[in-house]
Design a protein around this ligand. Structure first.
Ligand SMILES: [Zn+2]
Length: 444
């Protein structure tokens, strides 16, 4: 097939997807499988066209044929973005990250996946926990100085090293071991209902890093400890990132809370590493429930501020950022403050811009050490910028087109049109907020 004939077939195929003609889509695909990722005007694929018009059956057919759901059109929208914008929820779910069982383990943001069932009720069942710890199916993640032991696969993706009980038994049995029960693997269709689900634990050791690496030699893999939290921990698979987030945040908490904040006595870990109790029996923290005994999560608001004209957004840069990189403004929520008030206060303090409406978009655990990044879309009511140089170096309004180019450039390098703007990588919620704004905006 060549020339005009080929173009006609592509057009026919895209048209069938757009109109929900499942029979036509199927028969054209069986004749010409390469049609799957062909594009029409503005980079629209058959999947995007079917998503635009809410044709669930066609979307399903295309996915079954192995269609790439991550493709984006010329303005950076994926099929899922298109479905969400046009209110086709059922199609968006089909295109989203929900797994086959639909139990919501999918993740909107990096570090946000929940591959394990936390099984919090079992944290107080010490007999069960002891039994699981020594079970041959149990998985242990080993940390040194809060860095997880990793190995890199052939595609360059980092994975958490999974170890068995024997490899870490002596560390686990130390009286003051920082051991955390993370949960059990979720039941999948391939597992029988009676099968015991592997339990996962994380353990931190102060032992010399080289000696710890020696424990993993039997796997014949080249293991190492993450040397840079930002570089190494942002290159994990989504599932491993979702397991790392609670593990690292909990281990960081154990490191910093060895002493009681009420009386200063030593504390001891309990409830599978999800509680620390004061060793002083007379301490008030041992009576009733106190938040000093539980792991902390620090809320941070991160805002994409949209210009009143709807076509520009406010981004700022810190002096430590790489050249030309700008990101969303962000700041810690203060005690007794609502998310909306924190968002308005932070934007005003950092840029002088006043914000009206604040809408929650999505959130991201950020285990360096234990923030929860709460992503919001805000609408500005003033536009003059006056930067607080103690907080940021520069803030600017960026036109939609320039943000699109930066997004298409992958986020880590300038866009194809050399817009000069670099935005944070896709693993960050700042990137996802920008993507959200572009996908829900004009050009549909
Ligand atoms: Zn105490």
């Amino acid at each position: 097939m060549s020339g005009t004939g080929e173009e006609e077939v592509v057009e026919k195929f895209l048209d069938a997807a757009s109109h929900g003609d499942e029979g036509q889509v199927t028969s054209l695909l069986s004749a010409v499988p390469s049609l799957l990722e062909r594009t029409g005007p503005r980079g629209w694929t058959a999947l995007m066209l079917a998503a635009r018009n809410g044709h669930q059956n066609v979307v399903q057919t295309l996915l079954q044929h192995g269609c790439d759901r991550s493709l984006v059109n010329t303005v950076g929208q994926s099929a899922s973005d298109v479905a969400k914008f046009w209110g086709h929820e059922h199609v968006a779910i089909l295109l989203g990250d929900l797994d086959e069982e639909g139990d919501g383990v999918g993740c909107e943001n990096y570090f946000g996946c929940e591959p394990l069932d936390r099984l919090s009720a079992k944290r107080t069942d010490s007999v069960w926990l002891e039994d699981r710890k020594e079970h041959p199916s149990s998985v242990f993640l080993l940390f040194s100085n809060l860095s997880p032991m990793l190995y890199q696969n052939q595609e360059g993706v980092q994975h958490l090293c999974r170890m068995g009980y024997e490899a870490v038994q002596d560390l686990v049995e130390k009286p003051d071991a920082a051991l955390v029960f993370l949960g059990v693997e979720r039941r999948s269709r391939t597992r029988s209902a009676s099968e015991e689900l592997p339990a996962w634990f994380a353990i931190s050791s102060d032992e010399d890093g080289a000696a710890l690496l020696g424990r993993c030699l039997h796997t014949k893999r080249k293991c190492s400890f993450a040397s840079s939290a930002h570089r190494d921990l942002l290159n994990l698979s989504d599932e491993d990132a979702g397991i790392l987030a609670p593990a690292r945040a909990l281990l960081a908490w154990h490191r910093r809370y060895a002493f009681c904040s009420t009386c200063g006595s030593a504390t001891v870990s309990g409830e599978g590493g999800h509680k620390r109790s004061c060793r002083n029996q007379q301490c008030p923290s041992n009576k009733g429930v106190h938040n000093t005994c539980y792991p902390r999560t620090d809320p941070v608001v991160i805002m994409l501020v949209v210009h009143p004209d709807g076509n520009q957004c406010l981004l700022g840069r810190k002096s430590v950022f790489p050249a030309r990189m700008f990101s969303c403004l962000a700041g810690f929520v203060e005690p007794g403050e609502t998310l909306e008030a924190a968002a308005r206060r932070e934007v005003c303090e950092e840029s002088g811009v006043r914000v009206g409406a604040v809408r929650y978009v999505s959130c991201q655990p950020w285990p360096m050490p234990s923030q929860l990044m709460i992503g919001c879309l805000c609408v500005a009511v003033t536009t003059d910028i006056s930067v607080d140089r103690n907080e940021i170096e520069e803030a600017r309004w960026f036109p939609r087109q320039q943000v699109m180019e930066a997004l298409l450039g992958g986020g880590s390098r300038p866009g194809p049109a050399h817009s000069g703007l670099i935005i944070p990588p896709k693993q960050t919620i700042a990137h996802q907020l920008l993507r959200h704004w572009i996908s829900t905006g004009a050009n549909l």
